[in-house]
Design a binder for this molecule. Sequence first.
Ligand SMILES: Cc1cc2nc3c(=O)[nH]c(=O)nc-3n(C[C@H](O)[C@H](O)[C@H](O)COP(=O)(O)OP(=O)(O)OC[C@H]3O[C@@H](n4cnc5c(N)ncnc54)[C@H](O)[C@@H]3O)c2cc1C
Length: 301
Amino acid sequence: MNPLFSVSRAVLLRMSRAAALGALVQRTSWGRRAVQRFVAGNTIDEAVAAAVEMKGRGFTVTLDRLGEASSGAKADTYAADAARLLEAQAAAGLEPNVSVKLTAIGLAEGSAVATARLERILMTAQRVNGFVRVDAEHAESLDALHEIVLAARAAGRPVGTVLQANMRRSVADCERLTSAGVPIRLVKGAYDPGVDGVGDPVAVDAAYLALASTLLATSVPLAFGTHDERILTQLAERSRGRAEAQLLYGVRSDLADRLATAGWRVRIYTPYGPDWWPYSLRRMAERPANLRFVLRSLFGR
Ligand SMILES: Cc1cc2nc3c(=O)[nH]c(=O)nc-3n(C[C@H](O)[C@H](O)[C@H](O)COP(=O)(O)OP(=O)(O)OC[C@H]3O[C@@H](n4cnc5c(N)ncnc54)[C@H](O)[C@@H]3O)c2cc1C
């Protein structure tokens, strides 16, 4: 990997966790303007309008109320918004489908507290015939993530989660989660994997393909969350009718159209809300060109 890229990636990932700086920048109008390509507005209404527009283009949508490292009243608001989001999708004739992050619903307050908030979201999902995907975050949150999702699944809730190919532990996690029938989205991994990392980007791609093969041999509902056209092309034959491709809002919309034309079911993961700092910084860490794009949108050229 280009050494300059590794340094800027590490710096951006570190900045994504700088909560005080994020809180400051998120309040500015120039900050919001800078990230509008990746974030579909500030409110539930704006997010649902974006989803309706994408449905018109032939895509399904997962909505994500942005917010991480929350607790107390803020985590309560996040959970209530996720439930309202499911209801708003149903009311607009959309498939009710959201992603949530455990850190946003108070994982820092303990697994039991986060579980109780997740349960409220899941009950709404069940009522409107929807689905909740619990995103995978930092390495240190993954044990709790799996315990919580496995328990919810055992209770018959409409829940799935995410495996990160950049973590060595994902091979064992894959076995445990798929044995319990948990729907899986496979991604490369947006967080620093620490000591459990599989290695450089080439090793991550190899791990992704190996996990994809394992997953394709199971019967769990399956999604490939990646913009890597080379990987999706390699998986296309075996995935037809079996898995969907998932892309992030504002990233590679040219690819979304091409995949749909090639017969993939395509879902766009669409975040919204005022707490956009960590999410947007991770998108910039993935592709330094995005940082240039943001600076250009701020300063004109
Ligand atoms: C639907 C979805 C859900 C996700 N959920 C999670 C999750 O729960 N946990 C988690 O850790 N990670 C998640 N991710 C992020 C994921 O782990 C990667 O960090 C991200 O998708 C970039 O990797 P890539 O697979 O697209 O491949 P890369 O090798 O990074 O990129 C392949 C190509 O895609 C394009 N591309 C990739 N990223 C960008 C970008 N930001 N801007 C512009 N172009 C880009 C470039 O053309 C690049 O050459 C999710 C990703 C998607 C698509």
